[in-house]
Design a protein around this ligand. Structure first.
Ligand SMILES: Cc1cc2nc3c(=O)[nH]c(=O)nc-3n(C[C@H](O)[C@H](O)[C@H](O)COP(=O)(O)OP(=O)(O)OC[C@H]3O[C@@H](n4cnc5c(N)ncnc54)[C@H](O)[C@@H]3O)c2cc1C
Length: 285
């Protein structure tokens, strides 16, 4: 299929881009790397009248660290994040997750901000942002506001971003000393969206897990902390029981059958991935 007709504009400044979104309302959408948006257009899953191409806004690029915070511009491409020494040193969970984000060609164009704004429940980066307590900075006609990643995601492809706002940057606290992390995902083919996966951080104290933060992808309609799983495995030092993890997962998320994969199988896969992640974290300690 071909995309429906649309108009295209490439603003020269952030103010101009926001002005266009204000003027055109719901009929306009931002275009960043186009790796999700153009697919939905070609499949006729969306039909905006105007694409506001923000890819020329250089002020939305860049990755740097300032004190205890890493700043990632919304237009930093996946490849920029994946190869960034700043991210590798201070946000190793994101470096690990990046290996699972799509294929090289897509990573060369797709953006960090585009992935977070798109809110695909199977995407890796939203889960990382929630676990790492990232702050999303949104710019709109009334200035900028900050939203915690945990409050940003509202459901399937739904966020608290207003239609006339742009995600401009993401601020992530640098990984604290002694914090353990792991990213695990299962996909049918390398580079595909995951069937299930999780981002995890935590500590080992007295041989057991503490301060665990776990967020899953592909398991519900968006990334949320899995409080029941964290409670079930906290303090445990020995081998973890998949059945116990699966039971907790069912409390945290609503699993449903999808063509080719039952909810029961998905819970089982998520439980195994959880155990693998926690085993790796224990091994790293
Ligand atoms: C074959 C294929 C496989 C893929 N596999 C994966 C995968 O395994 N994991 C994964 O996470 N992704 C995957 N993707 C998606 C890819 O990572 C996208 O690049 C990413 O999801 C969106 O980034 P983008 O810059 O291309 O955004 P776009 O496609 O340009 O935009 C996506 C959405 O976000 C909005 N948007 C973009 N930037 C902003 C902004 N700064 N402010 C406000 N709104 C904005 C757009 O309006 C649009 O609604 C895959 C894509 C393809 C085609």
């Amino acid at each position: 299929m071909k995309a429906p007709d649309f108009s295209y504009v490439r603003p020269a400044s952030l103010d101009e881009a926001i002005g266009l979104l204000v003027t055109h309302g719901e009929s306009a959408v931002p275009l960043a790397g186009g790796q999700s948006l153009l697919t939905t257009l070609n499949m006729r899953l969306s039909a905006p009248e105007l694409l506001v191409d923000i890819s020329g806004l250089d002020e939305l690029r860049g990755i740097d660290v300032d004190g205890g915070t890493v700043r990632i511009g919304a237009l930093a491409r996946h490849v920029d994040v994946a190869t960034s020494p700043v991210v590798a040193e201070h946000l190793p969970l994101i470096s690990e997750a990046m290996a699972h984000v799509a294929h090289v060609a897509i990573r060369n164009r797709g953006t960090f901000g585009g992935s977070l704004a798109n809110a695909d429940p199977a995407a890796e980066l939203p889960a990382c942002a929630v676990v790492l307590k990232a702050t999303l900075v949104l710019a709109g006609p009334d200035g900028q506001r900050e939203v915690a990643a945990g409050d940003f995601y509202q459901g399937l492809f739904e966020t608290t971003r207003q239609g006339d706002e742009l995600l401009v940057e993401v601020r992530v606290p640098v990984q604290p000393a002694g914090q353990l992390f792991a990213f695990e995902e299962l996909s049918r083919r390398s580079g595909d969206f995951g069937i299930a996966g999780l981002a995890a951080t935590g500590q080992l104290e007295d041989g057991g897990f503490a301060d665990l933060r776990l967020a899953y992808l592909g398991c519900d309609d968006g990334p949320r902390l899995a409080a029941a799983v964290a409670a079930a495995v906290s303090g445990q030092g020995g081998p973890l029981d998949d059945r116990q993890i699966a039971e907790a997962l069912r409390q945290d998320y609503e699993f449903s059958d999808v063509p080719g994969l039952s909810a029961a199988t998905k819970v089982r896969l998520a439980a195994v991935l959880t155990r693998r992640a926690l085993d790796r974290m224990r091994g790293a300690a």
